[in-house]
Design a protein around this ligand. Structure first.
Ligand code: PEP
Length: 254
């Protein structure tokens, strides 16, 4: 299956301007002409423009970590899709578990954000995943299916052609715990099968599904070696250029 590996680096609310630009320059040196995988970094809002400028005409894309549903107006502190596009971004995270848990982004808001991102021409990375309690209650499959259904809604396969899904079990994010490659593969395969039921086999076969949750150089080869794991969304390990670059190259090592 010819799906290009896609590796995202979610910088969350880390770094300052000097360390963000230094990290960007190092990433450009290491990965700026890398062709084996699609690479995207997701810096905090204030750093989008300087990061995008430093990555112009490189193989590394830039995305925002969130967006607001409105295009403009009296929404103090919010950032619209149009602002993100005009800052040089190609991608945006939608529904990250920290947005859902900390900022109260409910499924309806996540669905709206996905629609707004698509309408603005941003490529959305839709994050889904179960909490530890949901996993222990045997609800993992039901939770990810309901998150998919609610976010993808009535969109057609062609409207979703740039979609990337990131399966991120909440209990594995920032905790050092990782799903085993086999556990992750099982969920990824079920996500692909569910998407196939709704959007067709061709769409599902081409859909890239990232795994996220404490991905590091040491576990990346095993995870990315699974048939239905097409990349990784990386938090902590994306803040060290050396670690992030070795995750980007991991699929070629399997
Ligand atoms: C994330 O931010 O999406 C993530 C998976 O973080 P970490 O790699 O630190 O678990």
């Amino acid at each position: 299956m010819g799906r290009t590996t896609v590796i995202g680096g979610n910088w969350k609310m880390h770094l300052d301007l000097a360390s963000a630009t230094a990290l960007t320059s190092e990433l450009r040196n290491r990965l700026g002409s890398h062709r084996g995988a699609e690479v995207i970094v997701f810096p905090p809002f204030p750093f989008l423009v300087p990061v995008a400028e430093r990555l112009r005409e490189s193989a590394i894309g830039v995305g925002a970590q969130d967006l607001h549903t409105e295009a403009s107006g009296a929404y103090t502190s919010a950032v619209s899709a149009e602002m993100i596009v005009s800052s040089g971004c190609s991608h945006v995270l939608v529904g990250h578990s920290e947005r859902r848990a900390v900022f109260g982004d409910e499924e309806k808001i996540v669905a709206e954000k996905l629609s707004v991102a698509l309408a603005a021409g941003l490529r959305p990375v839709l994050c889904i995943g179960e909490t530890l309690e949901q996993r222990q209650a045997g609800q993992t499959f039901a939770v990810v299916r309901s998150q998919l259904d609610s976010a993808l809604g009535e969109h057609t396969a062609s409207a979703l052609s740039d979609l990337v899904v990131a399966y991120e079990p909440v209990w594995a994010i920032g905790t050092g715990l990782t799903a085993t490659p086999e556990q992750a593969q099982e969920i990824h395969a079920s996500i692909r099968a569910h998407v196939a039921d709704h959007l067709g086999l061709g769409f599902a076969a081409a859909l890239r599904i990232q795994y996220g949750g404490s991905v590091k150089p040491a576990n990346a080869v095993g995870l990315l070696g699974q048939d239905d794991i097409d990349g990784a969304l990386v938090g902590g390990a994306s803040l060290k250029a050396e670690d992030f670059a070795s995750i980007v190259r991991a699929r070629q090592l399997r």
